[in-house]
Write a protein that binds this ligand. Structure first.
Ligand code: DGL
Length: 272
């Protein structure tokens, strides 16, 4: 038995394509269906109710297209909407926050107490306000302190391609001052866009802070949770479809940055 239905991934935009890449590497025979809600991006500055409304629409859309499993490849949507839809989807459902929190706790464990301090969570304003990472980290390691830091300008900087210039460096210096002062041994890149600024963030925090991003750990968690009967067997490689709710030339360019190759095949769809 082989199940060819797609695994669906959903993000507010094209930042979740880094998670798509990680899933494609980990599960190369699976067909993947990606939906970026580029018409409504950003989610990170919106209220919980609005993000929930958008996420429910996106998830229904993907289930109607026969998704056999769902990954919410967006930190903000995971933080604000996953708890509300968890019991309603009827297929395996995964967000990026639990895997990201686990990766952070594991990174801290590897330091074997050589460095003291909190796990810093760098994320959008909405994710920070939800404290979803704090709760996920506490569930795994109750005694580890967590500091949440919103870095909203990192999203437009990543989209502009200004990831390593003096503007990005100045934003990082300003946002990350408290993290530097706290001497955080681990910082989670808790937003799809922040891995693009990894070098700038690493430079600002210095070598004492290990940076963690959730793409690979989310793909590994998906691999663990996908039942045998839902898997598509090889040898043929899976196919990927990329759907977006707005498909400007700019979105194509930004998508290419996250994908690591030209995003030639973005299909425009409308969420009813
Ligand atoms: N995808 C969002 C996240 O990971 C960042 C972009 C947005 O604000 O929508 O939180």
């Amino acid at each position: 038995m082989s199940d060819s239905r797609p695994i669906a991934l959903f993000d507010s935009g094209v930042g979740g394509l880094t998670v798509l890449n990680a899933v494609a590497r980990r599960l190369p025979h699976e067909n993947l269906l990606y939906l970026g809600d580029t018409a409504r991006l950003p989610y990170g500055t919106k209220s919980p109710l609005t993000v929930q409304r958008y996420a429910i629409k996106a998830v229904s859309f993907l289930l109607e297209r026969d998704a056999k499993a769902l990954v919410i490849a967006c930190n903000t949507a995971t933080a604000l909407a996953l708890p509300a839809i968890r019991d309603q989807v009827g297929v395996p459902l995964l967000g990026v926050i639990e895997p990201g929190a686990r990766a952070a706790v594991e990174a801290l464990g590897r330091l074997k107490g050589r460095r003291e301090g909190p796990i810093a969570v760098l994320a959008t304003e909405a994710t920070v306000a939800s404290n979803a990472y704090g709760l996920a980290i506490s569930a795994l390691a109750p005694s580890v302190p967590v500091m949440n830091v919103a870095c909203p300008l990192f999203v437009p900087l990543a989209e502009e391609g200004w990831t390593e210039n003096e503007v990005a460096a100045a934003a990082a210096e300003r946002y990350l001052e408290a993290v530097r002062r706290a001497g955080a041994p681990v910082a989670v890149l808790g937003c799809t866009h922040y891995p693009l600024l990894k070098r700038t963030i690493a430079h600002s925090l210095g070598p004492q802070t290990v940076l963690v991003d959730s793409a690979d750990s989310t793909a590994a968690a998906l691999d663990r949770m996908l039942p045998e009967k839902l898997r598509r067997l090889g040898p043929a490689a899976g196919e990927t479809r990329l759907l977006v709710t707005d498909a400007s030339e700019r979105i194509r360019k930004v998508a290419g940055r996250f994908l690591g190759r030209e995003a030639t095949s973005l299909e425009l769809v409308d969420l009813p």
